[in-house]
Ligand binder design. Structure first.
Ligand code: SAM
Length: 292
C-alpha cells in the first residue's frame, strides 16, 4: 500500500482459487495494512486471513447488501479509510460482488486500485488449448429458464471462445443443452483448478454430455467452448441460399429497392462469398450460364 497517499482508497484484491501459494505479496501486504477488509463471506475469508496471520477487521459485502453497504463503505473511504475488497475466491467483480461499490467510488472521486491475481476464467482459458485471442466471458448462465435459453441461442452464433462458470449440480443439464445447440464444438471442461484434483477434459460438447451421463460432477467447473467456426457459418449460409442462384439472389435485393452494386454486396455477404465471386457469376449468366 502506498503510505504516501492521503485520503481513502479501495483496493480490489484477487485471492487464490484453490492453491494458497497463488496469493501475491502485494495482496498480502494490502490486506495487512488496510483499515478494513470487505469480504463476500467473512467466515470463509477468515480462514485465508488466519493462514497468512492477517488481523485486519472484516466486514461483509455481498449480493444482498450491495447497495446499502456500498454507501456505508464509501462514507468510510471519504473519511480517509483504506478498504480492501475480496471475494470467496479469485478476482472480485467477476461473477462476484463489487461492481456497485466500484461504480459508487468512481462517482465519489475515490481512488480505486486493482491488484491482479487468480481468476478461474483466465486460468481455464489458458489451459483450454482453444483460441484465446478473442473470447467472451459469460459467467454463470441465468437461472431463469427463458433467459437461459436466450443466452444459449445467442452463444450458438458466438464466434469467440466462450467461457462459462457452472455449479456441479447443474453441469449435466448445461452440457446437455449446450450439446443440443452446438454439439460438435470442442470444449475444455476445467475442474478444481489449482487444487489437488485439478482435471481438464478436452472433447466435443456432445462427448462431454455423454461422458457426464455416467460420471458424477464434483467440485468447481469452468467450461471453455470453441467459438463458432467460420466454415460452419459459411456452410449454413450456403445451405440457406442453395435453392437460389446468385443472379436470383441479386435480383431479389434489386426488387426490394437496392442498387445493383448494393444488391451484389448484400448477396455476397449473405452467402459468405466475395463480391468478385458474385460479379463473376453474373457475368457467366450474361454469357448464357446459370450459376448456382
Ligand atoms: N471471481 C471468481 C474468479 O475470478 O474466478 C469467480 C467467482 S464465481 C462465484 C465461482 C465460480 O468460479 C465457480 O462456481 C466455478 O465455476 C469457478 N471457479 C472458481 N474456482 C474454481 C476452481 N478452482 N476450478 C474451477 N472453477 C472454479
Amino acid at each position: 500500500m502506498d503510505t504516501e497517499r492521503h485520503g481513502g482508497e479501495l483496493y480490489l484484491c484477487a485471492t487464490p482459487i484453490g492453491n494458497l501459494g497463488d496469493i501475491t505479496d502485494r495482496v498480502k501486504q494490502v490486506l495487512k495494512d488496510a483499515d478494513l477488509i470487505a469480504a463476500e463471506d467473512t467466515r470463509h475469508s477468515m480462514q485465508l486471513l488466519n493462514h497468512f496471520q492477517i488481523k485486519t477487521p472484516l466486514t461483509s459485502y455481498h449480493e444482498h447488501n450491495k447497495y446499502d453497504k456500498a454507501r456505508e463503505l464509501v462514507q468510510k473511504l471519504q473519511e480517509g479509510k483504506k478498504i480492501a475488497l475480496i471475494s470467496d475466491a479469485g478476482t472480485p467483480i467477476l461473477s462476484d460482488p463489487g461492481e456497485v461499490l466500484v461504480s459508487m467510488c468512481i462517482d465519489a472521486g475515490i481512488r480505486v486500485t486493482s491488484l491482479p491475481g487468480p481468476s478461474a476464467a483466465v486460468t481455464a482459458l489458458t489451459l483450454s488449448g482453444l483460441p484465446a485471442r478473442r473470447f467472451a466471458f459469460e459467467g454463470f448462465l441465468p437461472a431463469d429458464k427463458k433467459e437461459r435459453n436466450e443466452v444459449l441461442s445467442s452463444l450458438q452464433a458466438e464466434e469467440r471462445t466462450v467461457i462459462l462458470y457452472e455449479a456441479p449440480h447443474r453441469l449435466k443439464e448445461t452440457l446437455k443443452r449446450l450439446s443440443e445447440t452446438m454439439g460438435c464444438r470442442r470444449t475444455a471442461i476445467c475442474r478444481e483448478l489449482t487444487k489437488i484434483h485439478e482435471e481438464v477434459l478436452r472433447m466435443t460438447l456432445a462427448e462431454a454430455a455423454e461422458y457426464y451421463t455416467s460420471h458424477e460432477p464434483r467440485g468447481e467447473y469452468v467450461l471453455v467452448i470453441e467459438g463458432r467456426p467460420k466454415e460452419e457459418l459459411a456452410r449454413e449460409k450456403a445451405e440457406e441460399y442453395a435453392d437460389m442462384s446468385i443472379a436470383e439472389h441479386v435480383a431479389l435485393y434489386e426488387g426490394l429497392g437496392s442498387s445493383r452494386k448494393e444488391a451484389m454486396k448484400k448477396a455476397a455477404f449473405d452467402r459468405g462469398i466475395s463480391r468478385r465471386d458474385v460479379y463473376q457469376a453474373l457475368l457467366k449468366e450474361t454469357d448464357g450460364g446459370m450459376e448456382k
